[in-house]
Design a protein around this ligand. Structure first.
Ligand code: SAH
Ligand code: SF4
Ligand code: F3S
Length: 450
């Protein structure tokens, strides 16, 4: 019988994409996917360290694998991803989870087959974590989660060093892939039936720019080359690609040329995720974000002038060190002015090794929670109000599969990134079909196939 694997992925889309690479490498060796982690011969945990509860969830899930690992002498457990780039985590694994077979980091995913071949359960934990990256690797295998849509990494790493954020330490300096490699990958995806691509990077707006930063491994030379807007224009021309999305963009690098793409390009979805983090200019400065509240609002106005229907989503951190009631009110005010289509709201979480962690003005937990709840109420009211406008609209929906809650229903996404459920047969999965919205709820839309 073929040996089996399971990969548990925490964190962002970049981790999801990395897990598809790891799955591709295992499948190339004949391993097959096993739904139940405890039954698999190989279990990998691809971790995230962006907030403390991501760390905690990882240790919880890892702990549950100890008994199955003990019972099955053939079972291999490996851990990788952003948490592994921190020495304190490696130390904790060595002292409390010495039974883990393999530990590797974000920079050496390409090394996985070699490391995997060297594991033996009798020996002690094999740890290989690199301190920094090399240019992003090309040509690694991929086992795609969906045939009709795919993530495409265009760059990795971050040079922004927002004062709360661990990502620049876990993913290293910005490295961009060559445009020709990205375009070749997307052409191949399109030929394989892929209709939607999501271009991924920690900060896609600075694609191809990082050449001046010391220590950055980047392909960029002094020759003229595509920036992010230029790359989007090229992707837009690829036959078969009907939808283009991207994640994430930093407001400070959102160029006018990039904004113009929303009005110009045929396949670029009218949707942008534009993390604001806070509405207080003072807090934004302490966060090292390089824009003011007013500059952010002006960007939103420009986006809406270029593309009136654009859906805008954001990330907000509540309770950053030193945040006063007045600062928080600025965030509420900004949200009311921008009227986001959706927002991810986070409680500030101390990340060891980042500048904000050392700030003596930490906000008490109870205050953070109270502000968080208030912001959710504000957002909820805005979204409820906005979603009423979806009633009776006709949207093109890319059908992703059967609804998890009701197998008689299909579920998919409209251009604006909203989930639409409707009745229909399985043969529509992977198609883009027109659907009229008959019931518009705040977080979900129900429709009828036309
Ligand atoms: N590179 C992306 C997102 C990175 S992490 C970007 O800059 O847009 C995703 C989100 O996690 C961030 O936008 C931020 O809102 C949140 N986040 C990052 N560090 C955090 C911390 N220490 N505490 C709480 N939220 C955090
Ligand atoms: Fe983190 Fe800021 Fe970089 Fe985003 S831009 S990954 S929030 S440091
Ligand atoms: Fe988490 Fe790493 Fe992504 S810290 S958010 S998995 S880049």
């Amino acid at each position: 019988m073929a040996k089996s694997y399971h990969i548990i992925t925490f964190g962002c889309q970049m981790n999801e994409r990395d897990s598809e690479t790891l799955a591709g490498m295992l499948e190339a060796q004949g391993y097959v996917f096993e739904e139940e982690p405890k039954k698999a011969d190989v279990v990998l945990l691809n971790t995230c360290s962006v907030r403390e509860n991501a760390d905690k969830r990882f240790f919880g899930v890892l702990g549950q694998l100890k008994n199955p690992h003990e019972r099955n002498p053939e079972m291999i457990v490996g851990v990788c991803g952003c948490m592994m780039q921190q020495q304190r985590i490696i130390d904790m694994l060595k002292s409390k989870y010495p039974w883990v077979d393999l530990v590797f980091g974000t920079y050496n995913i390409g090394e996985f087959p070699r490391l995997f071949a060297n594991i033996s359960r009798e020996k002690k934990m094999l740890v290989e974590v690199w301190e920094s990256g090399k240019p992003m690797e090309e040509g690694l295998p991929q086992s795609r989660a969906f045939k009709f849509k795919s993530y495409v990494n265009i760059m990795e790493g971050c040079n922004n060093f927002c004062s709360y954020c661990i990502v620049p330490y876990t993913r290293g300096r910005e490295r961009s892939r060559r445009p020709e490699d990205i375009l070749a990958e997307i052409r191949a995806l399109a030929q394989d039936g892929c209709k939607e691509v999501t271009l991924l990077g920690q900060n896609v707006n600075s694609y191809g720019r990082a050449k001046s930063i010391e220590g950055s491994y980047n392909w960029v030379t002094d020759e003229p080359h595509l920036d992010f807007a230029g790359l989007l224009r090229e992707v837009d021309k690829i036959p078969g690609i009907e939808r283009i999305r991207f994640m994430s963009s930093h407001p400070k690098d959102l160029s006018d040329d990039m904004i113009a793409c929303f009005g110009e390009l045929k396949h670029l979805c009218r949707q942008i995720h534009l993390p604001v983090q806070s509405g207080s200019t003072e807090i934004l400065q302490k966060m090292n974000r390089h824009y003011t509240k007013e500059q952010y609002i002006a960007l939103v106005e420009k986006l809406r002038a270029a593309c009136p229907q654009i859906a805008i989503s954001t990330d907000i951190i509540v309770g950053f060190p030193g945040e006063t009631e007045a600062d928080f009110e600025e965030t509420v005010d900004l949200c009311e002015k921008v009227r986001y289509d959706s927002a991810f709201t986070f409680l500030y979480s101390v990340r060891e090794g980042t500048p904000a962690a050392k700030d003596p003005e930490q906000v008490p937990e109870a205050v953070k929670h109270q502000r968080f709840d208030r912001l959710l109420d504000v957002m909820h009211a805005i979204q409820e109000d906005k979603s009423a406008a979806d009633q009776d609209q006709i949207y093109d929906v890319l059908v992703e599969g059967q609804s998890k809650t009701d197998p008689g229903m299909l579920t998919g996404k409209n251009e604006f990134g909203k989930t639409v459920d409707f009745k229909g047969g399985e043969r529509l999965i992977g198609q883009i079909v027109p659907v009229r919205i008959v019931k518009a709820q705040t977080f979900s839309l129900y429709g009828e196939l036309l």
